[in-house]
Design a protein around this ligand. Structure first.
Ligand code: AMP
Ligand code: MG
Length: 399
């Protein structure tokens, strides 16, 4: 009897190793300049400094009056402070003179503070006392004055390179005064789903067939990760069809495939990639998602995701996405409201729900239960061989 020859590539790598190996095969994207209105979802390629200060002048945070705080210290509903109104300041049209003792001006949110005044009396605390005076029923508050540059000062470096440009961050880039900003080129990812049983939604479904959910979900996740998707559609379980689809790719940075990398006779993606002799690893010590494979095809990195819908989307979330975006997987610590079991030599990502600040096991943990990814809001991470008891603090990935 002859012993089976050991494979010439690493098997059963850790989640961390898989992520690092994939990231090492991806190019460092060049910088391009885009309008700040087109930058949502992109990654900032260079730091952004403030071109102006915000606020650009010391201004009011409320609608009301601007006056001298010292004048109003004893104001109360039973003994309101009477102040003479000598003018107004509104956004864009400041008051030119100085506010003296016993005086105030009407002021509106975002309007510049006049000289002499250092506090705001909100409109809710004012009663008119004739056309040129008001009664203030509480002390005016210096805290409702926004100092010039209190948010950021001109010249200050506010946004570091590498930031993922979320909606609040593109708003900040605009507030800093940038019309165009440097972002990393979008990585181009070709996407192919495989499987004889996999068909398009809209077609009648025969017993044993399944609608192609992975291609839709993965395409959405790639867009969410700031990538450009090259859709290759779907290929049947035939080496020639798979090879034809891969050979048709032009100018991609990565090929992402779904299905056909497991242990079955018809898992031809696996055979084709192993045949190329460029396998970085096959199988990751994780559940769900074990059979992922990283290989190469004529210089193009190929990441083979398992076909099971949950495996495919979870592997994308914890390995492919961080490698593509350079952003670590975001986790938070929460208290476990139910136990979560550990698996020897595998990192487990159990679907869970967050209720009242605690995580609860979702229940059905099969890797084909796609519905769970919609109904469970989170993945509980249990390290290899670990296990989590009720009341313990656990790492949670938001979905
Ligand atoms: P495979 O990894 O090719 O062995 O497929 C594992 C399981 O995932 C099988 O039950 C497939 O029917 C299912 N599957 C494969 N590809 C897809 C897909 N694109 N969409 C939904 N389910 C799929
Ligand atoms: Mg298959």
């Amino acid at each position: 009897m002859t012993a089976a020859r050991p494979p010439e590539f690493p098997m059963f790598v850790s989640v961390e190793e898989a992520r690092t190996m994939l990231a090492a095969l991806l190019p460092t994207p060049e910088t391009e300049w885009v309008g700040v209105g087109q930058a949502h979802g992109r990654t900032l390629a260079g730091p952004l400094a403030a071109l102006v200060s915000h606020p650009s002048a010391t201004e009011s945070a409320l609608d009301g009056i601007a006056c001298r705080a010292a004048d109003t210290l004893s104001a109360s509903p039973s003994a309101p402070r009477r102040l003479q109104v000598i003018g107004e300041s509104r956004a864009g049209v400041p008051f030119a003179a100085e506010v003296g003792p016993g005086q105030c001006i009407r002021i509106y949110t975002g309007a510049p503070m006049p000289a002499g005044a250092d506090a705001i009396g909100p409109v809710e605390q004012l009663v008119d006392d004739g056309p040129e005076a008001v009664l203030l029923q509480r002390p005016a508050s210096p805290a409702d004055v926004r100092p010039e540059g209190g948010d950021f000062r001109a010249g200050e470096e506010v946004m570091p390179a590498g930031l993922l440009l979320t909606a609040p961050r593109v708003a900040l880039a605009a507030a800093l005064g940038h019309a165009r900003i440097p972002v990393r080129r979008k990585l181009r990812v070709a996407l192919l789903s495989t499987g004889d049983e996999v068909i398009e939604p809209g077609q009648p479904l025969l017993p044993g067939q399944v609608y192609d959910s992975n291609r839709i979900g993965l395409s959405a996740m790639l867009h969410d990760s700031g990538c450009e998707v090259l859709p290759l559609g779907h290929a049947p379980d035939s080496p020639a069809a798979l090879q034809g689809a891969i050979d048709s790719i032009g100018g991609a940075d990565l090929l992402l495939t779904s299905g056909g990398v497991s242990m079955g006779k018809y898992d031809f993606m696996r055979d084709l990639l192993i045949g190329q002799g460029r396998v970085s690893f096959w199988k990751v010590r994780m559940r769900p998602g074990g059979p992922a494979l990283l290989g190469g095809w004529n210089g193009l990195p190929v990441f083979g995701l398992p076909g099971n819908p949950v495996s495919s989307l979870v592997v994308f979330h914890v390995i492919v996405r961080p490698a593509l975006t350079g952003q670590p997987v975001q986790t938070l610590k929460l208290r476990a409201a139910t136990p979560f079991r550990g698996i020897p030599d595998k990192m487990a990502f159990w679907r869970a729900n967050i209720v009242g600040g605690e995580v609860h096991d979702y229940g059905k943990q099969g890797s084909g239960v796609l519905r769970s990814l919609s109904e469970a809001g989170a993945l509980v991470v249990v390290p290899e061989g670990g296990g989590v008891a009720v009341g313990e603090s656990v790492d949670v990935v938001l979905l």
